[in-house]
Design a protein around this ligand. Structure first.
Ligand code: FAD
Length: 467
């Protein structure tokens, strides 16, 4: 029976193993699946920390239903009844601009009335269908250049920059449009304009009898679970328990006699595991270290993917002391405002189970590529900094009941201009190694939906290769 080693038990590793079980069973093929995770608990960036009745997300808040992949997975796990869609307030998003929170408009009339953009900034957006086409000379355009070209500099500053911060904690001037937002890249190429593309898609949806949801934020409904995103990790880990080994760090992968030899350290003890196929579901920098004995070019390409550090600062309050209704999703801050936080999510307004009755939970993001040094500040300093920022931005003076900091030293991979070339180099190197796959959020999407989809595709490819 062949043995498959999945290295890393974040959502990508867990999903890869889950889909491998499914695909192998459908192909009536047996294989031993080992999942090797260096931490004592699975989940990677996805974890819910519980304290004093608060459910605080360590990383992701949930997934969007505009893509079906996470939802399909939950259905497959028979856990639909544990889903918790966000309240309608999730659609009420704010941008901090000009010293005040401005609501992100949800419809064209609201956009016209909005104080977020100047009249000339709005007019420039309306000119989008007449914007210059992409230059044939530029193979991989930055998000900044793309937004300036199609929507104008004000839209870049007030809409695109905060959006890129919200998803990647990144810098639009360095991020690749094609790698970060392939759908938008394709839309421009197919329809010649984003407005034309969106109208065509709307028409197509209407033709198919699908509901039209207007939203200023990303489409779909933000969805989590009754007890936080940890539920999904626990469900997958429970199903895969037989093959899941935590506290096992893979140090290196080598090829020997047509198999892969994994050198591992388990609680200080070194050992060796032989496998016929390997899926590396660690972050890219870890993949680089453990694959360097196998192929230096592959390791170099992996090491070239940078990561942004970010700290999630959770503060819990007694609602009665807040003097702010927290009636929305939260806010993001454009770089130009020069604030110390990137934004804040009003978690308990969106998912009521995140705080006990009468209490409120806010999670602020600090760091990113904008101010990486701040992300690693001592926890007490970060809580103080966030309190000051929430005071200045939202008028909150109350003493928090709780303050917790979740530091992600290498939080979110950055798909810089040239990311596609790095992926090509990796694919070329991998073609020399049968049964070796890379699958994590470092390559083709950082959202949970993307991780779930890429895991399914990886499992399908590997299963095909084995059968
Ligand atoms: C603060 C924050 C907020 C986010 N919010 C959202 C959100 O709201 N919605 C959304 O869709 N996405 C969100 N994301 C993105 C999403 O959480 C991640 O893209 C996703 O969880 C990454 O999963 P992964 O399995 O690819 O990687 P990871 O979660 O990083 O997992 C990799 C695993 O590999 C293990 N590992 C590393 N090296 C080794 C080794 N040598 N041997 C064995 N194991 C090893 C690690 O311990 C880890 O468990 C957020 C991310 C962050 C950081």
């Amino acid at each position: 029976m062949p043995r498959i080693a999945v290295i890393g038990a974040g959502i990508s590793g867990l999903c890869t193993a889950h889909y491998l079980v499914r695909e192998l069973s459908a192909a009536q093929r047996d294989a031993e699946i080992l999942i090797l995770e260096s931490e004592e608990t699975p989940g990677g960036k996805m974890r819910t920390v519980r304290q004093d009745g608060f459910n605080m997300e360590w990383g992701p808040n949930g997934f969007l239903t505009n893509k079906p992949y996470s939802l399909d997975l939950v259905r497959e796990l028979g856990a639909e009844d544990r889903l918790s869609p966000s309240s309608d307030l999730a659609r009420k998003r704010f941008i901090y601009s000009g010293g005040a929170l401005q609501r992100l408009p949800e419809s064209p009339p609201a956009f016209l009335k909005s104080k977020l953009m100047t009249t000339s900034g709005k007019l420039r957006i309306f000119m989008e269908p007449f914007a210059k086409p992409p230059s044939r000379m530029v193979e991989d355009e930055s998000l900044g250049d793309f937004a300036r070209r199609r929507l104008g500099p004000e839209a870049l500053e007030k809409l695109i920059d905060p959006m890129v911060t919200g998803i990647f904690c990144g810098d639009p001037e360095r991020m690749s449009l094609k790698s970060c937002f392939p759908t938008i890249y394709d839309m421009e190429r197919k329809y010649g304009s984003l407005v034309k593309g969106m109208l065509a898609i709307r028409q197509e949806r209407r033709r198919k009898g699908l509901k039209q949801a207007m939203s200023a934020g990303p489409g779909g409904v933000l969805t989590s679970f009754d007890d936080g995103t940890q539920v999904l990790v626990d469900l997958l880990a429970g199903k895969l328990a037989d093959g899941l080994h935590t506290g096992v760090t893979v140090d290196r992968v080598e090829r020997r006699d047509g198999r892969y030899r994994l050198s591992v350290t388990e609680r200080g003890k070194q050992d060796e595991i032989l496998a016929d196929a390997v899926v590396v579901s660690t972050p890219a920098y870890a993949a680089s270290a453990l694959l360097s004995p196998l192929d230096a070019a592959l390791a170099d390409a992996l090491a070239a993917i940078p990561y942004a550090p970010v700290s999630v600062v959770a503060v819990g309050y007694d609602k009665a002391t807040l003097q702010n209704p927290l009636d929305g999703f939260g806010f993001l801050i454009p770089k130009k405002e020069q604030r110390k936080i990137l934004g804040a999510l009003w978690d308990s307004s969106v998912f009521p189970n995140r705080a006990p009755q009468g209490k409120a939970l806010i999670r602020a993001m600090v760091g990113g590529v904008r101010s990486p040094e701040l992300a690693s500040a001592p926890a007490a300093d970060l809580v103080r900094l966030v309190r000051q920022e929430l005071h200045d931005i939202m008028g909150i003076t109350a003493e928090p009941l709780l303050g917790r900091v979740f530091f992600h030293e290498k939080g979110i991979p950055q798909y810089f201009v040239g990311h596609g070339r790095l992926l090509d180099r990796m694919d070329t190197a991998l073609s020399a190694f049968p049964g070796l796959y890379l699958n994590s959020n470092a390559y083709r999407g950082v959202s949970l939906n993307d991780c779930v989809l890429q895991s399914r595709l990886t499992a399908q490819r590997l299963c095909k290769e084995l059968v």
